[in-house]
Ligand binder design. Structure first.
Ligand SMILES: [Zn+2]
Length: 386
């Protein structure tokens, strides 16, 4: 039997439809959300939408089995990363099956999981279980897990406390129980412009920014040496790095402005605010020297985005269930961040388990093995029957 014959054509049709909506994070996802709403409606399932401030993006939350006791959330993000500048051999927004793989943006990260969840809805209804099943599809995950926050707030407001959550990020269908926290910051250094032959009359923003960048690196080196290691991670300690910097106009001008962004990837026990405070404290020490030349000189920090880490135990019921449904043993920790930490923070036990590999996510010619699609379909089937 070929692999494709093990995947139901209805599931593939849903997946192809989801892929055709160009839900790059910067663009609207409303057409996709509207399609899902209509799909659910034909099974009598209504959904709640929570919008972003522009009204162009929405989260969808639906309960299959309204009135029954709260059950498991199947959670996924609807947005995908851009394809700009990437070399694709096929149209990224058309599902193309070639051999044992299905190629498209979002094939692994993470429209296959959403398609499999939607495909399972009629089966779940037919099974008439005493627990409800919930769907939580968010926007803007790829730019800092932004959408899911309002979705979780909304659940709190309507007084719904789901039993557990399965986030379908690509893990090759292995239950993942931990990941680091991700925190992104910006620093803006304002100095004073001057002719470069009179450096003493200027405040060189690039130089002061560089001092802070170096300090961040030193702090990272210290963590690498001193922090208690967690060997379930590829990099077994918290890390810091500067990833973007901008400043200056010309070589012969003392630069007035420089800003840069840095991020922290923290082990579950490391508090990002402690690291952030230490960096700001160092920056404060630079101020007197700067204002001695220019009273308006300053250094500002901004905490841009934050997604908490995930830390579950293998013995937790939802982890055991995901292992049972997938037929795979729990697989420890992953290095990338997901929405799972936010669900756990809201008191909802959460595990990550989804089709495809993170290695293909965000890359050109992203694909999912059809065997993975089949595994995910079986996972959902067992969830309906379990
Ligand atoms: Zn993802």
């Amino acid at each position: 039997m070929t692999v494709i014959s093990r995947v139901s054509p209805e599931l593939l049709a849903i997946l192809a439809q989801l892929i055709a909506f160009k839900t790059v994070s910067r663009d609207s996802n409303l057409e996709l959300i509207d399609w899902i709403q209509t799909y659910l409606k034909q099974y009598g399932v209504s959904s709640r939408l929570t919008y972003d401030s522009t009204g162009k993006k929405a989260n969808l939350f639906a309960t299959v089995g309204e009135g029954k006791k709260p059950g498991i959330i199947l959670s996924g993000h609807t947005d995908v990363v851009p394809v700009d500048g990437q070399e694709w051999h096929t149209d990224p927004f058309t599902a193309v099956i070639n051999g044992d793989r299905l190629y498209a943006r979002g094939a692994a990260d993470m429209k296959t999981y959403i398609a499999a969840a939607l495909h399972a809805i009629p089966q779940y209804i037919a099974a008439d279980r005493d627990q409800a099943l919930h769907l939580a599809f968010s926007y803007d995950e790829e730019v800092g897990c932004l959408g899911v926050r309002s979705l979780i707030r909304d659940l709190d407001e309507i007084g719904l406390q789901p039993a557990a959550c399965i986030v379908g990020e690509p893990t090759l269908m292995r239950p993942v129980i931990a990941h680091k926290g991700t925190h992104r910051f910006r620093c803006c250094v304002r100095g004073k412009e001057a002719h470069s032959s009179y450096t003493t009359q200027g405040v060189n923003a690039i130089e002061y920014a560089s001092k802070i960048v170096v300090y961040i690196r030193e702090l990272a080196d210290r963590l690498a040496l001193q922090e208690a290691r967690d060997d379930s991670y590829t990099v077994p300690y918290s890390t810091l790095q500067t990833g973007l910097i901008r400043g200056g106009l010309a070589t012969n001008i003392v630069p007035k402005d420089c800003d840069f962004q840095f991020e922290a990837r923290t082990l579950p026990d490391m508090k990002a605010d402690i690291l952030f405070e230490e960096i700001q404290e160092y920056a404060r020490k630079l101020i007197p020297e700067m204002v001695a030349v220019e009273p308006l000189a300053r250094i500002d920090f901004e905490w841009l985005a934050s997604a908490p880490g995930l830390q579950m135990q293998e013995s937790d019921a939802i982890v055991q269930l995901a292992a049972q449904l997938s037929g795979n043993a729990p697989d420890g920790a992953v290095s990338y961040g997901t929405e799972a930490g936010l669900f756990q923070q809201a008191g909802i036990p959460t595990v990550i388990c989804g089709p495809g590999s993170i290695e293909q996510a965000h890359s050109p010619n992203e694909y999912v093995e059809l065997a993975q699609v089949a595994q995910c379909e079986r996972f959902m089937q067992r969830l309906c029957d379990s």
